[in-house]
Design a binder for this molecule. Structure first.
Ligand SMILES: Nc1ncnc2c1ncn2[C@@H]1O[C@H](COP(=O)(O)OP(=O)(O)OP(=O)(O)O)[C@@H](O)[C@H]1O
Ligand SMILES: [Mg+2]
Length: 279
């Protein structure tokens, strides 16, 4: 676990390793768009209090570039899911600010936040969260049905075709393979055209072939549809599909890599294990 030593705490040297990941690269999938899709400013997230207090995020500054695929990596317990949940407005922060585009979501009242999540953010979770009694297509359009929005037919067709589900739309989840179910979950996230999609290990329980299919699709949705994606992963191969990898350790962003290859990511992880592990 990447917890820090109870009594000794962090030393100054560790402080100097902190990178603020707020420089937005100019390349990307959406024609040189450089805008920031989401950002965190000095975000602290602490759980518990007193002896049991855990600082899951420790003054995190990060910008997520629009039209890019960003991967978040780091040891177990380093704060990856917490960061993603805070960025997506699924969890509150202890202090600091989160922005989706130019909207500050920290401080939004429940109702507004719920609506913002529904209208502007897509989620892909490891458990696919498909409803077993609905067909693939019904599952894909469910969030829009709930929101009372009519799916844009052309867009929906494009998403369905891109995920390669055209021949499976009438099937129920239990009639689909794991990879196909996950692609339904991906299509569902994309169908509503959210500004940004968050995935917490979206390929974590797929075999490597199905995982590659889903990742290839996510990649294409960035390149061809201009989607913005943030994905937590442990897998260097999965991370290599991203444009940029952010590394978390002990609740801080300690490094980042652009245009990652699986080998380079693996190498970087080894370095962290050698110098960064505390347990
Ligand atoms: N609800 C909670 N209450 C108390 N502590 C929590 C809670 N959720 C997370 N933590 C702690 O916050 C830290 C970061 O957790 P987080 O789930 O973000 O890690 P992670 O990087 O996603 O790890 P993993 O790779 O295992 O999923 C951990 O030390 C964890 O124990
Ligand atoms: Mg996690």
């Amino acid at each position: 676990m990447a917890r820090w030593h109870g009594r000794t705490g962090r030393n100054r040297q560790e402080e100097t390793h902190v990178t603020t990941a707020v420089s937005i690269p100019r390349t990307g999938g959406s024609g040189g768009h450089t805008a920031v899709a989401a950002s965190a400013r000095q975000v602290v997230k602490a759980y518990g209090s007193g002896e049991t207090r855990v600082t899951a995020l420790d003054r995190v500054d990060v910008d997520i570039a629009r039209g890019q695929f960003t991967a978040i990596m780091g040891p177990s317990g380093s704060g990856k899911s917490t960061l993603m949940h805070c960025l997506a407005g699924l969890d509150t922060v202890t202090s600091g600010q989160i922005f989706i585009d130019s909207t500050e979501i920290t401080g939004l009242k429940d109702k507004k936040l719920t609506r913002l999540r529904r209208d502007r953010i897509g989620f892909i979770f490891q458990a696919f969260n498909l409803l077993p009694t609905l067909s693939a297509l019904e599952n894909i359009t469910l969030p829009m049905d709930i929101a009372g929005r009519k799916p844009d037919k052309e867009w929906l067709d494009r998403v369905v075709e891109t995920v390669g589900l055209a021949g499976r739309l009438k099937h129920r989840p239990n009639q689909l393979s794991g990879g196909q179910q996950q692609r339904v979950a991906v299509a569902r996230a994309l169908a509503a055209r959210p500004e940004i999609i968050f995935g917490d290990e979206p390929t974590g329980n797929l075999d490597s072939r199905a995982g590659a299919e889903v990742l290839g699709f996510l990649r294409r949705s960035v390149d061809e549809l201009g989607q913005t994606i943030v994905m937590v992963t442990h897998d260097p191969v999965a991370a290599s599909y991203a444009d940029r990898v952010l590394y978390l350790a002990d609740g801080r962003i300690v490094d980042e890599m652009h245009s990652p290859t699986a080998d380079a990511v693996l190498e970087r992880m080894k370095n962290f294990d050698a110098r960064g592990r505390v347990s």
